[in-house]
Design a protein around this ligand. Structure first.
Ligand SMILES: [Zn+2]
Length: 291
């Protein structure tokens, strides 16, 4: 508001009295300079007339007859809540919380999802309420971690499900589950006497004649040899392959086997035949796997 009061900056004390405005240079000292309301009106240069709006007042503003009341709340059993869910502030909050459709005031706390229909409810919540933090959505890394954790927790079940299309593999796995790491006992299967015989005979022939027996030939002979009735001398599962025969011969030679010292032949044979036998078993196993 502009004014035409002279020397207004030099007055420090302004007091409104019944007569008008009393201006003093120092607070409460002296009579002061009185400006009456009439003078002020003149000084204001009739600008007060601008503030008349021309509105016609039919009825003055009044205080509502029922300004107080009670809020009906649902009883809560949260007796262990230290902050007090039962306190009035929280109760009004919970009422407002239910009417989420009309709620327009959101808690300004980052991560808090509560909203209220009144500003006061929101204010109370911010001041002494409990923030309800909630994730908007999980990150991809969190999902991966959870999936990995579940995989790790039921690894056996997952294994079975994965191998279900191949039932034979699953059967093999399931029967191998128990005691697969235990040390296996020594096998007591006897190598067929006739296999033992032909191999040593072939080796001795080679030593005698000075011409080493060819494992390839021995192998072929094992497959083709027949007895007097024309029946095969060796069953298919008794056949040795070339490598097995060669290995057996080299073992015999390595032990410095000679015709002149045929002492304890049986034991030596047995040891080497057991070695040959285990080689056969390995071969059979490999064949089974490859089939
Ligand atoms: Zn909050």
């Amino acid at each position: 508001m502009s004014h035409k009061l002279k020397k207004i900056n030099s007055y420090n004390d302004v007091k409104i009295s019944e007569q008008g405005l009393i201006l003093r240079k120092a607070y409460g000292i002296g009579k002061g300079h009185l400006i009456s309301f009439n003078e002020m009106t003149e000084l204001a240069n009739n600008k007060l007339t601008e503030h008349r709006s021309g509105c016609i007042v039919h009825e003055a503003f009044n205080v509502p007859s029922t300004s107080t009341g009670k809020n009906k709340t649902v009883a809560k059993n949260n007796s262990n809540d230290t902050l007090g869910e039962a306190c009035p502030v929280e109760n009004t909050e919970s009422i407002h919380q239910d009417e989420t459709n009309t709620a327009v005031f959101f808690c300004p706390e980052v991560g808090c999802v509560r909203k209220f229909i009144t500003y006061k409810g929101m204010e109370n919540h911010v001041l002494c309420g409990k923030h309800t933090l909630q994730l908007e959505k999980k990150t991809t890394y969190d999902k991966i971690r959870e999936q990995w954790a579940s995989l790790c927790n039921d690894v056996v079940i997952t294994c079975k499900t994965l191998s279900s299309p191949n039932s034979s593999v699953e059967n093999t796995l399931s029967c191998e589950q128990m005691g697969w790491a235990l040390k296996k006992g020594k096998r007591t299967v006897r190598f067929p006497e006739r296999v033992k015989k032909i191999l040593t005979d072939k080796f001795l022939d080679g030593v005698k004649s000075g011409k080493k027996s060819n494992p390839v030939e021995v192998c072929e002979q094992m497959k083709s040899l027949r007895d007097s009735v024309g029946k095969r001398l060796f069953r298919v599962d008794e056949w040795l392959n070339v490598a097995q025969i060669a290995s057996y011969f080299s073992r015999l030679a390595g032990k410095a086997f000679s015709v002149q010292t045929p002492v304890k032949q049986e034991e030596i044979y047995d040891d080497d035949l057991m070695a040959a036998l285990s080689a056969i078993e390995e071969q059979v196993l490999m064949d089974n796997i490859n089939e």
